[in-house]
Ligand binder design. Structure first.
Ligand code: NAD
Ligand code: UDP
Ligand code: UDP
Length: 318
């Protein structure tokens, strides 16, 4: 991975979370000075354990809804609970984290003239009417439902990014992340991949919500972080929004069967009610990423799941 400058001072908000910790690993490895900021709402020190004590790594407890005065060259803004059970636990705080967090990080970027990347989401498309989703699609989002704190918070953050770009000429990068999985997902965060793997490893039934015909497209974390690093170093005029995800699409029933095949054991599949506003189908169109980042995913679902299963197997034993 080449960077425009030799060494950067990089701020990663939400750096002790699932994606953030993998990003910190890559940045430190590439020789950058990393300031990892987190309020440990869903993240943990254990995720960055391997970096603690490294001379180029610093961990700071801070909530992005409060102002932050530091000197950096790059900001990756990842702070926000990402799984439905976590972001719905304190929905007001979720919106504040996305909106006030974006304002503070954009204010910081403006003062120090740092380049700033927003971890946005495929959820800005809501329950989509077009398939696969392209960046030009404006989405179909319920503004008053139980997912709205997350979806609308992220949409508003995108608005703020583009207004700071237009009004203050900030260098922004807006990345729309599709479902991503891998080691360091929280075992209880309720996302489908971690749920199915933990259930299968413990011999519990796999819980499919609805009839299991809804689809998602799952990207392995290493592929995702590679796309994120490439996006940050695109030419200044490239803002996104840009989809990053794996277009290989599966029904939840197929995912459950794949996890069962890879884990073994004799867990059953059971069906539970579908939560409200659950999107029917989701698949990224990644043409833009192929063109602008020369990026596409390289890890198959089977290979990525094997790595993730190994991680959970180890974690559940510890
Ligand atoms: P995660 O929950 O593991 O990480 C989020 C991190 O942000 C956690 O460490 C948490 O403690 C921290 N955080 C939350 N609120 C904060 C606050 N107010 N101040 C400081 N830190 C705060 O989730 P993740 O999967 O690593 O997601 C990272 C980012 O990527 C999120 O912004 C999420 O919306 C986005 N994203 C993730 C996915 C995915 O599939 N994993 C998909 C789309 C978008
Ligand atoms: N901010 C921050 N760190 C900085 C600069 C600004 O956290 O280094 C916060 C500041 O508290 C403000 C927000 O970012 O609320 C937006 O800053 P901006 O300069 O855009 O707006 P203003 O300060 O004029 O409201
Ligand atoms: N899901 C499921 N069983 C679970 C957890 C989730 O069938 O134990 C379904 C969920 O209803 C959704 C899909 O899997 O249709 C993906 O859910 P997740 O929370 O991982 O991501 P998101 O809905 O935010 O894309």
């Amino acid at each position: 991975m080449k960077f425009a400058h030799d060494q950067q001072r990089v701020l990663v908000t939400g750096g002790a979370g699932f994606l953030g910790s993998h990003l910190c690993d890559r940045l430190v490895e590439a020789g950058h000075d990393v300031l990892c900021l987190d309020n440990f709402y869903t993240g943990s020190k254990a995720n960055v354990e391997g970096l603690l004590g490294h001379p180029r790594f610093e961990l700071m407890r801070h909530d992005v809804t409060f102002p932050l005065y530091v000197e950096v060259d790059r900001i990756f803004n990842l702070a926000c609970p990402a799984s439905p059970i976590h972001y719905q636990q304190d929905p007001v705080q979720t919106t504040k984290t996305s909106v006030h967090g974006a304002i503070n990080m954009l204010g910081l970027a403006k003062r120090v003239r740092a380049r700033i990347l927003q971890a946005s989401t495929s959820e800005v498309y809501g329950d989509p009417e077009i398939h696969p989703q392209v960046e030009g699609y404006w989405g179909r989002v319920n503004p008053i439902g139980i997912r709205s704190c997350y979806d609308e918070g992220k949409r508003c953050a995108e608005t703020l990014f583009f207004d700071y770009w237009r009004q203050h000429q900030l260098e922004i990068k807006v990345m729309r992340i599709f479902n991503t999985y891998g080691p360091r997902m929280h075992p209880n965060d309720g996302r489908v991949v971690s749920n199915f793997i933990v259930q299968a490893l413990q011999g519990d039934p796999l819980t499919i919500y609805g009839d299991g015909s809804q689809t998602r497209s799952f990207c392995y974390v290493d592929d995702l972080i590679e796309g994120m690093l490439r996006l940050m170093e695109t030419p200044a005029e490239f803002t996104g929004p840009i989809n990053i995800g794996n277009p290989a699409e599966y029904t939840m029933l197929q995912l459950a069967e794949t996890v069962l095949r890879l884990v073994g054991g004799n867990s059953k599949i059971i069906f539970q009610p579908l939560p409200s506003d659950d999107p029917r189908q989701r698949q990224p169109d990644i043409s833009l990423a192929k063109t602008h980042l020369d990026w596409e995913p390289t890890v198959s679902l089977d290979d990525g799941l094997q790595e993730t299963i190994a991680y959970f197997r180890h974690r559940l034993r510890a």
